[in-house]
Design a protein around this ligand. Sequence first.
Ligand SMILES: Nc1ncnc2c1ncn2[C@@H]1O[C@H](COP(=O)(O)OP(=O)(O)O)[C@@H](O)[C@H]1O
Ligand SMILES: [Mg+2]
Length: 322
Amino acid sequence: MNRIDPKTLGKVAVLFGGTSAEREISILSGTGVLEALRARGVDAQAFDPAGRDLAELQRDGIARCFVALHGRHGEDGTVQGALELLGIPYTGSGVMASSVAMDKVMTKRIWQADGLPTPKYVRLAFDQQSREQVMAVPDVLGLPLIVKPPREGSSIGVTKVEGYSQMQDAVALSAKYDADVLCEEFIEGQEVTCAVLGSGLDARALPVVRIAAPEGAYDYQNKYFTDDVKYHCPSGLPEAEERAIQQITLAAYRTLGCRGWGRADLMIRASDRKPFLLEMNTSPGMTTHSLVPMSARAAGIAYEDLCLQVLASAALDSGRHA
Ligand SMILES: Nc1ncnc2c1ncn2[C@@H]1O[C@H](COP(=O)(O)OP(=O)(O)O)[C@@H](O)[C@H]1O
Ligand SMILES: [Mg+2]
C-alpha cells in the first residue's frame, strides 16, 4: 500500500448512528473509526444522520465521508444516493451495489445467474404467506431450513426451523422486520466470512475468518454481546479451501459491482466441503473487535491503517475520486 498523507484527505465526516435496527452497532463502529482517523492525523468529525440534514455536510465543507452506518438508510444505497447528489465522495459501494446487496434475494438472483454457489431458497412475498404456502416450503427446501428477513442484518429475525410446526412462528418473526420473507436451505457446516479491500481489478480478498458458534446461536445477543462465539483468523482451513473461499468472495463482490470494501458471509457444507455464499455486507462492522479489522490485522494491516485505506478509497459513482 502506498503511504496515504492524511493532510490530502481534507475535512472528513464519519457517518454513524442513523435510524436502522443496527444503530447501536453503528455507533460502536463509527466511534472506533473516528478515533482511528484522528489518531492518524485526519481532520475528522462525527455526523449522525438521525438528527441532522445531510445537506449540512456540503455547507460544512466536508471533502469526503466515511460511511459507518449499517442497515437501512445507511448501507442500502439511500445515503449513497444523497451523497451522489451532494457530490461528496464516500467510502464503500455505490448506489446500485449497496441497494442490491441490502436485499438478500436480489443478491442471490445475481449470484445464481453468474453460477456462484448460494443456498436454494424460496421467497415468500408479503401476499404469499398463507398457512398453506408457508407449510409448503419445507417440502421444497427440506428440513432444517433457515427463515430470515431479506433486508435486515446482524442476524435479526433469523430462525433455524427444525420441523413443520415451527414454520409459522418463524415466518411471523421474520415478517416483523421485512414484509417479504426469505426461506433458505440450511447448510450444515462451518461458518466463515471473507473481507475484500479495493475496487475493480485492484480488489483483493483478506484472510478468511472462521466462526465457531454454539449450536443454534444465530441471534443478535449471541453475536454481539456474549463470549460464546469464537473467531479464528488465520482460519485453520486447508490452504486450498482458504483460496477457494477468497476467489468465490472476490467474484461475488465483483459481480455485484461493489467497491472500496466489503465482507461476504459463507457456509462450508460439512458433507462435501462445498462453500455457499449467504450474503454480501457493503458496510461491515468496524469496531476494533469486528471481523474485517481482525482479518486485516492477520494480513498485517493495523486498524488505524485499515480505516485510513478505506477512507482514501472514497469515490462517487461517476468515477470522481476525492
Ligand atoms: N442457509 C443457511 N444455512 C446455515 N446457516 C445460515 C443460513 N443462513 C443464515 N445462517 C446463519 O444465520 C446467520 C445470519 O444470516 P446472514 O444471511 O448472514 O444474515 P445477516 O447477517 O444479515 O443477519 C449466519 O451468520 C449463519 O450463522
Ligand atoms: Mg451475515
